[in-house]
Design a protein. Structure first.
Length: 405
């Protein structure tokens, strides 16, 4: 009921700055695409993809790149449109991924990464004038909500490539969730010069530790990938504060949280040197999510299906035309959200611009999509994003020979 009330208030708000109002009902905020530019351009499809520029956020097994190191970073610019009887707009910019993979010689590869898992920023204010019965106003009431935070992940892992082409990867994760929410209610009387303001706020924070594992196995032109993630139970705190006039009441309590496990299965198929197609199916068991500060909330197991293609006019060959070495990519994605009836649809288009004789790659990705919820037939959220990815690839342990004349 509170979720529906906040959403209705948001849709008639005077000032808005948000990523998603439907995300008010999701645990921890709106899920984010924590992947490299290559994978984002294929709508998040990367579980079965083996590529030096793919990073290891989609599959830890992709860390196994013998003798190579890579650095990947992604910066996102987002534009949002909230549509009901009227249309409101918002935008945001933020870095969303930074990863580094380095070779360990015969021991395989090691990698570290930082990425944003969820985003929960919301800010709105709505006001309504009150009539005094004679048709004139002067008094008004207002309400607002300010929420900021999300879930961030730090990962450190190891990958190894066997002689038969099988690669495996393991990563240790340290996650931290912090979300601050303030609900504001106020009354202004111009005739009496009176003003009152009530703020009900809460701050939730907890760390969590987890592990993820993945495999990649080639079978001729087909590559099969599988990943799994498990987060250990954790403890945190929730602080509430009630502000009325000059009175502030604070309480602090401990909470227990257990984030849900997830698994993903993916395939990629290389038709030739030019064309590659991939598809993923992932699930997150939100039914197993446990949280002391969200008692009574019911969430469902979610599924995400995505598919993408990549086309390179000239791959693995020498070309005099730069345009023939560019990667052209596209992808589609359908994701269920943890709340019953909520979903996301997205379409992506992207290019990969090689630099420094293909030792670097600049990704430019255009993404458009929509958030909907069957409970709100006349309301939906559209989003438009530009993701800029920067990647560098370097060879280590390369033997050089010197000739004398």
């Amino acid at each position: 009921m509170i979720y529906k009330t906040l959403l209705v208030l948001a849709t008639i708000a005077v000032t808005i700055n948000a990523d998603s109002f439907l995300g008010l009902g999701y645990p921890l905020g709106v899920p984010a695409q924590n992947a490299s530019g290559l994978i984002r351009s294929m709508s998040g499809t990367g579980t079965g993809l083996r590529d030096n520029f793919a990073g290891f956020s989609a599959n830890p097994a992709n860390m196994a790149m013998p003798n190579y190191s890579s650095i990947s970073a992604v910066f996102s610019m987002n534009y949002f449109a909230f549509r009901s009887e009227t249309t409101d707009y918002s935008n945001s910019t933020s870095p969303s991924l930074l990863s580094f993979i380095m070779p360990l010689g015969q021991l395989g590869n090691a990698g570290i990464s930082i990425d944003k898992r969820t985003e929960g920023s919301v800010s709105f204010r709505s006001a309504r004038s009150l009539s005094d019965g004679n048709g004139s106003g002067g008094d008004s009431v207002y309400t607002g909500l300010v929420r900021d935070g999300g879930l961030t992940s730090w990962q450190g892992g190891w990958g190894y490539l066997f002689d038969n082409g099988l690669s495996i990867g393991l990563s240790y994760q340290h996650l931290y969730h912090e979300m601050t929410t303030d609900q504001i209610y106020g009354y202004i009387s111009d005739s009496r010069g009176a003003h009152s303001n009530v703020v009900q706020g809460s701050s939730v924070g907890f760390p969590a530790k987890g592990i993820s594992a993945g495999v990649l196995f080639p079978v001729s032109n087909l590559t099969v990938g599988f990943t799994g993630e498990y987060i250990l139970p954790s403890e945190g705190t929730v602080t509430t504060r009630d502000i009325l006039l000059d009175t502030i009441v604070r309480t602090k309590s401990d909470i227990s949280v257990h984030l849900p496990p997830s698994v993903s299965f993916g395939l990629s198929y290389s038709f030739n040197h030019q064309w590659l197609a991939a598809a993923d199916l992932a699930t997150t068991l939100w039914e197993r999510y446990i949280s002391d500060f969200e008692k009574g909330a019911e969430y469902r197991t979610t599924y995400c299906a995505s598919a993408g293609i990549r086309y390179t006019p000239v791959s693995g060959q020498i070309s005099q035309r730069y345009s023939e070495t560019i990667d052209y990519r596209a992808g589609v994605r359908f994701s269920q959200m943890p709340v019953e009836g909520a979903s996301e649809r997205a379409l992506t288009l992207g290019i990969g611009l090689p630099v420094q004789e293909k030792s670097g790659l600049v990704d430019i990705v255009f993404e458009m999509g929509r958030h909907t919820n069957d409970q709100f037939k006349d309301y939906y959220e559209s989003f438009y994003s530009i993701h800029l990815g920067i990647n560098s690839l370097n060879r280590w342990f390369e033997r050089t020979t010197q000739s004398t004349y």
